[in-house]
Design a protein around this ligand. Structure first.
Ligand SMILES: [Zn+2]
Length: 90
């Protein structure tokens, strides 16, 4: 019955349930967290602190956005700070 209603959806999920999802990296949040998307069914996952893949919910997306922002800010601050420090020592 479902095969007739959602042929595409079923065949995609069928492939994933047999061969497993083929995740590709879509977003590097920081050195610990990444977001992935399955090439076939487009399901999105992220990893938890232990490295397990978990479903990327809207809430987790928001958390990752915040983490990413903090990461970028830290990188920027470090970069700027190091440049300033180098200037002083040179
Ligand atoms: Zn999949």
């Amino acid at each position: 019955m479902l095969y007739y209603i959602y042929p595409k959806l079923v065949s995609k999920n069928y492939r994933c349930s047999w061969f497993g999802h083929q995740y590709v990296l879509t977003q590097k949040v920081n050195s610990h967290f990444q977001e992935f998307e399955c090439k076939h069914c487009k399901s999105q996952v992220t990893n938890d602190s232990r490295g397990n893949k978990i479903i990327l919910t809207e809430e987790l997306k928001e958390i990752n956005k915040t983490l990413h922002y903090l990461h970028i800010r830290n990188e920027f601050v470090n970069h700027f700070y190091n440049r300033q420090k180098n200037r002083v020592t040179n």
